[in-house]
Design a protein around this ligand. Structure first.
Ligand code: HEC
Ligand code: HEC
Length: 269
């Protein structure tokens, strides 16, 4: 007994107690902290799904069904993935209004937080393409020339050489790609909205998608500057060649006529 109280009074006793207490707290923290962080993520996720479900029942269920199974007015959303929702709602296509050849872009009525919640809910119905990260859509370090090649082989038949867009059959159209958010370009390729085919990573790897995004952004900024003057619709060599023929040749002919008329006058006098 005497021995213990003697040790308690030892000058190092306080330090030893402090160290023991610290080790115990650290150990407890290590044991519980990671679990509670994972738990917090999980609760946040299920909260988003919960909120998304509420938004969905008000704005989407009438056409897509109460559980996303689809109705005669809208397709099933099971397995379309968060990327499809982010694209459709983020570009204002959804919620659709009246039936027509193609659902048009409209004013976006949900904010990004609500779109994320809707996307979380739809993703919880079945796995599908996921919303890309900032890095996945960044044009930094992408190969613009290669993107141009890929664009001409895969996209230009509908969207035109520089993404001006164009008419398709039965009143459908491929929209202009000018000013479209890179994230939405990526998602359009992943999910293939309406009559556009999809380009999943198996046929078009992530890097190629980035090259295409970089190309679209480059031609768009080049077009708004237009160093050569009038952009002639950006329709490619045919329209630009035609322009040269009509106006270039027209000007030459006009000059020839003018010269001829003046020589004739000069001869008379
Ligand atoms: C008036 C009916 C209507 C409403 C309301 C509506 N949709 Fe749609 N939705 C459609 C139709 C029709 C299509 C199919 C368009 C097509 O592909 O031609 C569609 C397509 C979609 C697609 C693409 C599916 C795919 O296969 O890629 C998504 C995602 C989607 N809707 C989400 C939503 C969400 C989220 C809401 C609520 C904010 C919503 N929709 C509200 C009718 C509707
Ligand atoms: C068969 C014709 C076709 C091809 C090929 C095609 N698209 Fe599309 N694209 C469309 C149509 C039609 C739409 C409109 C869909 C809608 O409104 O839901 C569209 C929409 C888009 C949009 C959305 C634009 C916006 O205003 O929100 C982007 C981005 C896009 N396409 C990019 C591409 C890229 C990149 C490629 C090549 C990898 C490509 N498309 C190939 C027909 C096509």
């Amino acid at each position: 007994m005497k021995k213990l109280s003697a040790r308690r009074r030892h000058p190092l006793a306080a330090v030893v107690v402090l160290l023991l207490a610290l080790a115990a707290t650290g150990g407890l923290y290590a044991a519980f902290a990671p679990a509670s962080k994972a738990q917090a993520d999980e609760t946040a996720q299920s909260l988003a799904i919960e909120e998304g479900k509420k938004l969905y029942s008000v704005g989407c269920a009438s056409c897509h069904g109460t559980g996303g199974q689809g109705t005669t007015d809208g397709p099933s959303l099971v397995g379309v993935g968060s990327a499809a929702v982010d694209f459709q709602v983020g570009t204002g296509r959804m919620p659709a209004q009246q039936p027509g050849a193609q659902v048009p872009k409209k004013k976006v009525i949900y904010n990004q937080a609500q779109i994320d919640q809707l996307a979380a809910y739809v993703a919880s119905l079945g796995a599908g393409p996921i919303v890309p990260t900032k890095n996945q859509v960044s044009p930094d370090g992408a190969d613009i020339a290669k993107g141009g090649d890929l664009f001409r082989t895969n996209c230009a038949q509908c969207h035109n050489f520089t993404g001006e867009g164009g008419a398709l059959t039965n009143g459908k159209y491929a929209p202009s790609l000018e000013g479209v958010d890179p994230k939405h370009i990526y998602e359009a390729m992943q999910t293939g909205p309406q009559s556009m085919p999809s380009f999943p990573d198996t046929t078009m790897p992530e890097q190629q998608k980035r090259d295409i995004i970089a190309y679209i952004q480059t031609v768009n900024s080049a077009q708004s500057e237009n160093p050569g003057g009038l952009k002639l619709g950006g329709l490619g060599p045919v329209s630009e060649g035609l322009f040269a023929w009509i106006f270039g040749l027209g000007a030459l002919i006009a000059v020839a006529i003018w010269v001829a008329a003046h020589t004739a006058k000069a001869k008379k006098s």
